[in-house]
Write a protein that binds this ligand. Sequence first.
Ligand code: ZN
Length: 403
Amino acid sequence: MVFFADFLTKNRTWHALVGYGAYFRKHSRVLVLCGTTLALTLPCAALAQDLVDDPNQIVLPNEPVAPPVVVKPLSWKNIPEILGNQISAPRVGVYAGYTRLVFDLPKDTLLKVTPQSSGFSLELIGVKLAHNLSEEKTSNELSSWKMENTSSGVVATLKTAYPIRDNNGGYKVLAIPHGIDSPNDRLVLDMSPAFANRTPLALEQMALEPFPTGFQMVLDPGHGGNDPGAIGAVIEKETTLKVALMVRDLLKAAGATVNMTRVDDQILSNDKVTDLKMRGQMGKAPQNLYVSVHVNSLKKSNALRGYGLETFWYSNNVESKHLAESLNTEMLNLTGSFARGVRNANLAVLRNSEVPASLVEIGFTSHPVDGENLRNDAYLERIALGIARGIRNFIGIPSELPK
Ligand SMILES: [Zn+2]
């Protein structure tokens, strides 16, 4: 029996004839033979990956599909005014990719929110419950919550199903005073591992240490022209260019020379393999390093599984891993994003570069919350500054620039 599986990237399809173990590209330019058994499926996928720029956009066969989320939206209307100081259970909204809790509180309630390693402690001063409350397995994001009377008011303890991170990573909190649309004060807490810091940066935070004289590098905004890249909340080619231009400006202000693979909506070659090769081959002396910017994506049925930052390197140069680690560290510091890690991958732009090279995936256009991050200019500025600082820290104070 011949069993067909599709390896989909945004532009290409590989058909895997697992029964015969042969993998070939749609346009038959490359034929890769991988043996004859089902057990060789994954190594074959790794070979196919060799040709592409975004390893996560390859869908592996037998990938477990995320269970559907049962969406339970919140009602915002007709919440009665709280008279006196007795409060009740939070309203819970369950949405694709995040959970929202709303605590309705009497006017001018004092409160304190303390993030913990896997949840939150909320102190609500001067209020009380008729009796203690709790719930288990609230949603994918919220494992449990409980509310208890204390001597000073009510303490709510929330347990998230994922770690809460520094720098506002993994949640959004908003205290809304009573007003036109609500007779009560409200504390709104949104929980998702994909929430990142979207606070605008101050101008003085954007400055870098000056670069050593003669430093120059290649910056590659992924895709362009008739290759849009991944499409979802944002179009990949637009976001990669936006971020790369921000990075370029930050680096130039610190004295670096930045050579872009593109500065507008174009591509180097209409042939994808040639395009990637041409981009990668710009990474040679006298350039000191190479950075490629991409946006990630998963197919719709698994969109909720993919969020956060990921950074790739390849053994094209002994310093490539250090560059990737430096970029990853600084992007995470600036954004508080979910960390998917630093990984080795034989990607075309990295393989074809001779100088230290890294490819950053700055979020998933397919995820509802990551998609909102990517549509937010303050988030993109934080990513850009993270990349710029990562480059500057990698250079350090060298007596000799990397080659
Ligand atoms: Zn890409």
